[in-house]
Design a protein around this ligand. Structure first.
Ligand SMILES: C[S@@+](CC[C@H](N)C(=O)[O-])C[C@H]1O[C@@H](n2cnc3c(N)ncnc32)[C@H](O)[C@@H]1O
Ligand code: SF4
Length: 417
């Protein structure tokens, strides 16, 4: 598989040059010309760390989290004050870790963001089921949060115990959610757990929608090499059957698929921090994607704070794109939404998609990965499986390797893929 992906990358980028990340970085980020810019804020604290989880996170203490937020606000001022006027952005997402643990300071963080940015599509935040109580939801609402995402993983005890998580109180969850409505209530689930069947997943999906969710994300379990996970990995064939069954089931129920892993029961419900043309990330491990570069902040809370003290950006690694590399990146993440609109490509790159990748899209149609309707390319079931397969491979070979290095070293010299 590794040589196939390397050859594919060389072909699509028309160069032997790999993606190379180095420890150099810009002191001033150039995002003035970026349209469709999203914001992301990372808060890396959790009450209890889950063995299967790869994200940048630490055990929560009030003092550590409070101190971290002071620095986060300083980073926002450092980046924001570089602009001469306020910048229009699509959305702001808080992820983690468990950002709901910092609910009492969200108002301050959002106020700092609002000094420099105008948010047009709302503010989202991730919660652990333990955070879903009347008091916290009210604080979130008062702070301006319009979308919430709750990490349920499964409503069934047998799968939660495989993941080392405790049972979710379904009745209490439903009551609290009904009393405090949000524009989007999303719930995260993990599939491809040992012996999990489509019936288990259908039950989870229906319980989610009946408890007050209007959006769900069903992620395939990924076994990151550096985690202490003991969860057994499901075989490729079994996983494919399950993924197709989930998609077909959601289609028959007329749930709307808005990305490869997400479905909603209302067209107004949206929750996605991934599908943006460009985004700015604040906090440890947060990534930033601009027209010419992709950068990752340091994973070390201590070194993050030291850089901010020195009034420098906490960037750990940066890659600078060639035009074709940026196109490949654009197409990979746009495909995450299961469709590619050639007009969006042309608007971003000022060159028709057909001219740059007409042959590749023709082949993909012939192989049954995509179909074209009203000028837009849509992924088929087969295409969705292979996208998932490729993304899984990419995650395990590249992201896994990069995060493993970054967990151990605050500022590595260089990583090449
Ligand atoms: C930051 S957590 C969500 C909020 C909160 N910390 C919680 O766990 O409830 C983001 C989501 O990533 C997903 N996730 C974490 N580790 C994963 C893994 N190894 N494979 C697939 N999904 C994973 C889970 O569904 C989780 O809800
Ligand atoms: S899954 Fe959520 S609660 Fe568990 S360690 Fe990851 S971020 Fe923290």
């Amino acid at each position: 598989m590794s040589y196939i992906t390397t050859l594919t990358r060389m072909w699509l980028t028309r160069t032997f040059k790999p993606f190379t990340f180095t420890n150099d970085y810009d002191y001033r980020l150039n995002f003035d010309d970026c349209e469709n810019l999203g914001l992301y804020v990372h808060i890396p604290f959790c009450k209890k760390l889950c063995a299967f989880c790869p994200y940048c996170k630490e055990v929560y203490t009030y003092e550590k989290c409070d101190d971290y937020i002071d620095y986060l606000i300083k980073e926002i001022h450092l980046v924001g004050s570089q602009m001469s006027e306020k910048k229009q952005v699509t959305s702001l997402y808080f992820g983690g870790g468990t950002p709901a643990l910092a609910a009492y300071r969200l108002y301050e963080i959002i106020a700092a963001i609002n000094e420099y940015f105008i948010i047009s599509e709302g503010i989202g935040l991730e919660l652990h089921p333990d955070n879903v109580n009347k008091e916290t939801l009210l604080v979130l609402k008062e702070s301006g949060i319009s979308k919430i995402s709750i990490g349920i993983q499964s409503f069934q005890k047998k799968f939660l115990s495989v993941l080392g998580r405790k049972e979710v109180d379904f009745v209490q969850l439903s009551e609290v959610l009904k009393r405090t409505p949000f524009e989007t209530v999303s719930m995260d689930f993990i599939f491809a757990l040992p012996n999990q069947t489509i019936e288990d997943l259908k039950a989870d999906i229906e319980m989610a929608f009946s408890s007050g969710a209007n959006h769900i994300a069903i992620y395939p379990f990924i076994n990151f090499s550096f985690t202490d996970s003991t969860v057994q990995v499901m075989g490729k064939k079994e996983k494919r059957v399950l993924l197709d069954e989930i998609t077909r089931y959601c289609q028959t129920k007329r749930y709307i698929r808005d990305s490869i892993w997400t479905f909603s029961n209302s067209e107004h419900a949206k929750y996605s921090s991934m599908t943006r043309d460009n985004f700015l990330g604040f906090g440890c491990s947060a990534t930033t994607l601009l027209i010419n570069q992709f950068k990752v902040n340091t994973f070390s809370v201590e070194d993050y704070q030291k850089r901010i003290d020195g009034k420098e950006l906490p960037t750990s690694l940066t890659t600078r794109f060639t035009k074709r590399q940026r196109m490949m990146y654009f197409l990979f993440w746009t495909s995450y939404s299961t469709k590619v609109n050639p007009d969006d490509f042309e608007k971003f790159f000022h060159v028709p998609l057909k001219k740059m990748y007409g042959f590749e899209f023709w082949i993909a149609q012939k192989l049954g990965f995509i179909i074209k309707e009203n000028g837009i390319y849509f992924m088929t079931l087969k295409g969705a499986f292979y996208y998932h397969y490729y993304e899984n491979y990419y995650t395990l070979s590249y992201i896994d390797q990069m995060w493993d290095v970054m967990r151990k070293e605050a500022f590595p010299d260089k990583i090449s893929f």
